[in-house]
Design a protein around this ligand. Structure first.
Ligand code: UD1
Ligand code: MG
Length: 427
């Protein structure tokens, strides 16, 4: 373990030269005292203001006016929203505090896309996803007190889901600190998903798409144990796919914010359009987990947006991926979730040759940064980040991140359109 072997803090030049050869080379953990490090920059309130202005009014319009949702359900959603808001402010407040602590333990990284500039030698605190995860869990645990459903089976699954998220966060933090080898990393989510896989007592059936019914012969197919295997694979995919679509300031949290917003809208639309109480409850539980995820992630985004004053770490990417996976599982909309994850699916397919070892996979598959122009150029590494640069031409880090998040939002809109077009014909 790195922390049991204290080393001298390396200089920025040492770090730059090592930065593409050894694992976790730019996160150095030892017992040196770095209390002289300056505190991180203040949150980007302007960004948060713009995002809230753009998203909160349409959300409350859907919740209060567009759909006739029962008062009781509205009350639970509102209480959850209020608790998430408190969670948001708590996260904003705690991130600078936690940053001081992680820097003290020398848990930091160097911004690779600013290498050879003054910003490239700044120690950026790592693993701040731990704050988001802890605040999220506190909100989600306390919220059970205000959930007015009478179906206690849901509470069992809800708590099992929280156990998965907590377990995943722990393993993500372990990975940040110990730098687990890449192949083991891929498997960590299957271990973390065990609590939900074991406690899951919901249905294990899938509704066969109407065009396929004549070929398969049944309308509903019981997958039994295979359904649990599918749930486990979904957790492995969601966590790893968020983690490998990364490396630009704001991209890890940004994609989470976009997908979580789409999940939230999807849930409200489904609750509003349905008359089946069980179906509504499934989507309501998704809302209760998505709102705190969105609120706490937004708080982290305000520090992680370009230029990042904190890094999120694998603690966050694993936590966010697992949370969205369990949200999709408990809400029974994993197919829709996978379409929201379209850029991640694309990035995963592009990554396959390197992930499988067919083509050598360097520690970081990031674009090439030119310190003179401040622009990024795509490399031959198989990632969506590099492919976008090859298609769009050289871009600044911030512009590229905005393009990729725009593409994520487009994928979500495409999913809504597809659901609208296929409604009634597909299922
Ligand atoms: C995954 C990717 C890797 C990518 C890395 C970036 C695969 C197989 N792995 O590895 O290619 O380089 O994520 O997160 O696709 N960093 C930045 N700017 C950022 C975010 C991170 O420079 O905006 C750097 C920092 O040095 C930070 C480090 O990336 O310390 C974190 O990398 P880590 O999350 O440990 O990488 P992996 O998840 O293993
Ligand atoms: Mg990572």
């Amino acid at each position: 373990m790195a922390s049991s072997n204290p080393r001298k803090r390396p200089t920025s030049t040492q770090i730059s030269t090592k930065s593409s050869s050894s694992p976790k080379e730019n996160i150095i953990i030892n017992n040196n005292n770095t209390s002289s490090d300056s505190p991180i920059a203040s949150p980007k309130w302007g960004l948060l203001f713009k995002l809230s202005l753009f998203s909160i009014p349409p959300y409350f319009y859907l919740l209060f006016y567009h759909y006739p949702i029962e008062q009781e359900l509205r009350r639970s959603i509102l209480i959850n929203a209020a608790m998430s808001l408190v969670g948001f402010f708590l996260t904003v407040k705690l991130i600078p505090v936690a940053s001081r602590y992680v820097l003290k333990r020398n848990l930091f990284g160097y911004d690779i896309n600013k290498k050879d500039t003054p910003m490239g030698s700044v120690k950026v605190p790592e693993s701040l996803g731990i704050v988001v995860g802890i605040v999220f869990l506190v909100v989600a645990i306390l919220f059970q007190y205000f959930n007015f459903t009478e179906d206690s089976n849901w509470l069992v699954e809800y708590n099992a889901a929280l156990a998965c998220i907590c377990f995943m966060m722990l393993l993500g933090f372990v990975d940040d600190v110990l730098d687990v080898p890449w192949r083991v990393k891929l498997l960590l989510p299957s271990i973390a998903a065990l609590p939900l896989l074991m406690a899951y007592a919901g249905h294990t059936t899938i509704v066969i798409p109407k065009p396929l019914v004549p070929h398969i012969g049944v309308e509903v197919l019981d997958l039994g144990c295979l359904y649990k295997l599918y749930m486990g694979l979904l957790a492995v995919f969601c966590t790893n796919s968020i983690n490998i679509h990364a490396g630009l300031n704001g991209l890890e949290v940004g994609q989470t914010v976009v997908i979580a917003s789409a999940i939230l809208i999807h849930n409200i639309m489904q609750i509003g359009a349905s008359t089946d109480p069980e179906y509504k409850q499934a989507h309501a539980f998704s809302v209760y987990l998505t709102q705190p995820l969105l609120a706490t992630s937004l708080a982290l985004l305000s520090y992680n947006w370009y230029p990042s004053s904190v890094f999120v770490g694998d603690t966050f990417t694993y936590f966010a991926g697992m949370t969205m996976a369990v949200i999709g599982i408990l809400g029974h909309f994993s197919e829709t979730l996978l379409i929201f994850f379209l850029p991640q699916v694309l990035n995963f397919l592009l990554s396959l040759p390197q992930l499988s070892g067919y083509i050598p996979c360097p520690r970081h598959r990031l674009p090439k940064f030119d310190p003179k122009t401040g622009l990024l150029t795509g490399t031959n590494d198989g990632t969506l980040v590099n492919l976008s640069l090859r298609i769009l031409g050289r871009k600044s880090e911030k512009a590229l991140c905005i393009y990729l998040l725009g593409f994520q939002a487009l994928a979500c809109c495409f999913c809504f359109l597809l659901r609208h077009i296929l409604a009634g014909w597909y299922k």
